[in-house]
Design a protein around this ligand. Structure first.
Ligand code: ADP
Ligand code: ADP
Length: 230
């Protein structure tokens, strides 16, 4: 059963830029999917449709088989299910401490203080950042900031995590630590969708690959199918 599905999605920005020209995409529960494509191909625009931040001009986005209705109540539910980690952690981390940053999402869900504190602890542990609770996020390294941003999403207990270029700007060690973390989360049952340029890391971790160019999916399949072609 698809947990996330996009049918014939078309999107134009208000300035007239055609960003997506008929995208079809499907993620099953438990998938770890990599979306590969050059700058400007439409990866970020597609991701913004996955939790209803953008509304298609044409086509449908379905989360757990329900088409997104774009009503506020529905969007809240969709954003609980689909968490997005943006490319630049500085767009996501703005509280004075790591703990407050991670607490932001679960507090917005209306959870009580004890439950929020519990989720902050669990999420920091999951990303291997225990003990960083009181640190200011802007003092952390790029890889650490990325892990805190992921912890903030984990604290919402999403079923799907979408990450835009999660390894961008990291050194090879930091990049493989992030991929390893995503792989572990995937093994715990969370569906993972990433965009990346890092072709070397993809075949190791993803079970499906989509190639996107000029707002269209030009190919999809297993890493073996995609990368064994000449
Ligand atoms: P990618 O993430 O693959 O680099 P994007 O989704 O950011 O691609 O961009 C797809 C296309 O949409 C590009 O032509 C880009 O210039 C354009 N685009 C992205 N954001 C905006 C925006 N806010 N307004 C107008 N055009 C945009
Ligand atoms: P990415 O490749 O990850 O999408 P970009 O550098 O393309 O990153 O975009 C960074 C930001 O600029 C995004 O918020 C995007 O929506 C916006 N943007 C990209 N292209 C345009 C454009 N042609 N006009 C306006 N905003 C744009």
């Amino acid at each position: 059963m698809p947990i996330l599905e996009v049918n014939d999605l078309v999107y134009k920005y208000p300035d007239g830029t055609s960003a997506l020209n008929g995208i079809n995409f499907k993620a099953n529960k438990g998938d770890m999917i990599a979306i590969l494509g050059p700058n400007g191909a439409g990866k970020s625009t597609l991701f913004l449709h996955f939790n209803g931040i953008l509304k298609p001009k044409e086509g449908v986005v379905k989360v757990k088989e329900n088409p997104i209705s774009y009503k506020n109540k529905d969007l809240l539910e969709v954003r609980k299910t689909v968490g997005i980690v943006f490319q630049n952690p500085d767009d996501q981390l703005f509280a004075p401490t790591v703990a407050q940053d991670i607490a932001f999402g679960p507090m917005n869900l209306g959870l009580n203080h004890d439950e929020v504190a519990k989720r902050v602890k669990e999420s920091l542990k999951a990303v291997d950042m225990e003990g960083y609770d009181e640190k200011p996020p802007h003092h952390l390294s790029g890889g650490q900031k990325k892990r805190v941003a992921i912890a903030g999403i984990l604290a919402m207990k999403p079923e799907i995590i979408v990450l835009d270029e999660p390894t961008a700007g990291l050194d090879p060690l930091g990049a493989s630590q992030i991929m390893r973390l995503l792989y572990d989360l995937n093994k715990q049952g969370i569906t993972i969708i990433i965009s990346t340029h890092d072709v070397d890391l993809v075949p190791v971790y993803a079970n499906k690959v989509y190639l996107i160019s000029n707002g269209k999916i030009i190919k999809n399949g297993t890493p073996k199918e995609i990368f064994s072609d000449t």
